[in-house]
Write a protein that binds this ligand. Sequence first.
Ligand SMILES: Cc1cc2nc3c(=O)[nH]c(=O)nc-3n(C[C@H](O)[C@H](O)[C@H](O)COP(=O)(O)OP(=O)(O)OC[C@H]3O[C@@H](n4cnc5c(N)ncnc54)[C@H](O)[C@@H]3O)c2cc1C
Length: 291
Amino acid sequence: MESIDTRDTHDVVVIGTGSAASSVATRCRAADWRVAVVDARPFGGTCALRGCDKKKVLVGAAELVDGGRRMTGKGVRSAEVRIDWAELMRFKRTFTDPVSENSERRFARAGIETFHGRARFVDGRAISEAAYKDGQQILNNWGAPADQIVGPRADLLNRYGIQAVVMNTFEYNTGGIYALAMALAKAPSSDWQLVYDDEQAMVFLRHPPAGTPVFSDRVQRVLDHLDTECTANIQHSPLAYLCARTMGDYWMRARDMPRARRMLQLYLEHALYKDPVAEEALRQMGGSGQR
Ligand SMILES: Cc1cc2nc3c(=O)[nH]c(=O)nc-3n(C[C@H](O)[C@H](O)[C@H](O)COP(=O)(O)OP(=O)(O)OC[C@H]3O[C@@H](n4cnc5c(N)ncnc54)[C@H](O)[C@@H]3O)c2cc1C
């Protein structure tokens, strides 16, 4: 694919043509911005081409056959209900085939330029594998003190000229803590300031604009935030419960037993598998992990 540099020709280039990209692109265009969209796959995105619509029809057909079979001999005669795969695929194509062309036509009608191909940022700040790895290194600072702005983390923050960090504090699949938050909290206040904190995110700025309120108790804020974010996340996504195990261990090591008890209790209430070590620890603290 030819290489196109859109920095001077467009106000925004939207990567993808699915539901998210379409809504961003059309709104920016409605505000009279010069907008382009680019997609490496046929236009239309996952939902319309490979996800929702197609799934509903295929799952619907399977459920119908399954339901018929289950009810046969129980008041339903369904000997003839079966999947005709070729016909089902023909039907599926009646609504997936037109998607790409219609999508491209809609963009064109709205005055949005369309490109086919894989987009990447020319300054390497995002969606390249190397930038992803750098992001992970900034978060975790492998090979150097995890809770300090030193070594590879400091080099990368400087190399990318990062002035603002908007982050959550857990990798929810493993329950691991992103140590960057504590490193930013411990950094001299002349280097980094904490300017925002809610149950989902923290925002650190290198040089907050004059007059921006900042939190003076950054380390305590981060510690409180870890519990709050983990608890709120489990409420929304009960399967992402491992952060509570991490925090339970953390508070046990810090000898803050009320907090350790609360987080281990939360963990055990959601854990899918037995964890005798956590159960015993909780029992010794006078709690119970029973659901
Ligand atoms: C099997 C299945 C069933 C689903 N069922 C439902 C459902 O019933 N209800 C529901 O609400 N959701 C459902 N979903 C989820 C839904 O499809 C997604 O939430 C939705 O498509 C996300 O939209 P999006 O615009 O963020 O991304 P997508 O629609 O995935 O679009 C992203 C686009 O970006 C392109 N792209 C990515 N990187 C680049 C790049 N570097 N350069 C160029 N192009 C790039 C991709 O090719 C893709 O076309 C389902 C998903 C699947 C897989």
